[in-house]
Design a protein around this ligand. Sequence first.
Ligand SMILES: NC(=O)c1ccc[n+]([C@@H]2O[C@H](COP(=O)([O-])OP(=O)(O)OC[C@H]3O[C@@H](n4cnc5c(N)ncnc54)[C@H](OP(=O)(O)O)[C@@H]3O)[C@@H](O)[C@H]2O)c1
Length: 334
Amino acid sequence: MKLYNIGILGATGAVGQEMMKILLERSFPVGALRPIASARSAGGTIDFGGRPCTIVEASDDAFEGLDIVLGAAENDIAERFAPAIVKAGAVFVDNSSAFRLDPKVPLVIPEINPEDVKHHSGIISNPNCTTIVTLVAIHALAKESPIESIVASSYQAVSGAGKNGIDELYNEVAALAHGKSFEPRVFQYQIAYNVIPQIGGEAYSGYTSEEMKLQNEGRKILHLPEMKVSCTCVRVPVVRSHSVSVVLRTREKISVEHARELIAAAPGCRLTDDLASKIYPMPLDTSDQDLVFVGRIRDDLTDERGLNLWCCGDQVRKGAATNTVQIAELLLEK
Ligand SMILES: NC(=O)c1ccc[n+]([C@@H]2O[C@H](COP(=O)([O-])OP(=O)(O)OC[C@H]3O[C@@H](n4cnc5c(N)ncnc54)[C@H](OP(=O)(O)O)[C@@H]3O)[C@@H](O)[C@H]2O)c1
């Protein structure tokens, strides 16, 4: 079997660490594994399935000999090193939002648009985590009848802001329990016992950058360039798994029963929908696995062609690391 040399840019972060777990879990044919991070981490060692791997500082020379680089760092780092990665002959599968809307860069959720991966020229983008969770939940409905519009509200876990986001929630809970004060650093305000209705800066007419991603990325992934999305993104004191309340309108009416059948059969989804038995998706149940759970499916009382649903998924795994490794698997098949 051919083995592939894999680099992880941002290997010490929340997503990078998860990528290593998932490469092992899915038995990805890894030859050499090169963890790449900042000068702060360089020289340290990371265990990869019993193999100690030395962390390399990101530089233009750090990508030589690699076949695939999985990106798990912020936009500025991805932009800074993408040319060196492509020059080294590796394919860059990137988690940042730096290249997602570039027409030359495929934006791929393997359960939805795997064929788009073919058109890459060295860079493939992984969509935003809330976009992945939402689109995995609703793509079977879009296939049945094109989605015209979505109104969504997200309930996003602190791990969406990386390892520092998780630490901030735990530290605030501990400080409050001991009557100590603290200064929020990662989030705009105290996140413990609070919700914050802002993720990202203002991007368009009162909407934040995070809120516009579901529309802009959703159009590209579903191949629905006219789809309209109005989104409100909210940070909640949940450690892991994003939840999204979705109200969508399709071109033709889809009944609740048929929507349940479509979602139950859709790749990547698990139907958990029985209100009478208190069965619905919750972040504690969806963390540390790859399926998006979908429930609370019901008619929208304000629109004859509307449906309401609630979905939850682990945004560090399916919303980032797993989806990236799945994209890399598509490259192997190719
Ligand atoms: N967390 C999520 O749920 C999630 C979901 C989807 C997408 N994403 C995206 O995935 C990316 C990583 O997010 P994360 O949550 O894993 O962040 P994180 O936990 O803060 O990790 C950031 C990583 O970037 C590295 N880094 C920082 N400065 C660097 C530099 N100058 N050169 C090279 N590496 C550098 C860090 O290395 P050091 O440890 O050495 O500082 C660390 O490995 C971001 O683009 C994020 O938007 C995150």
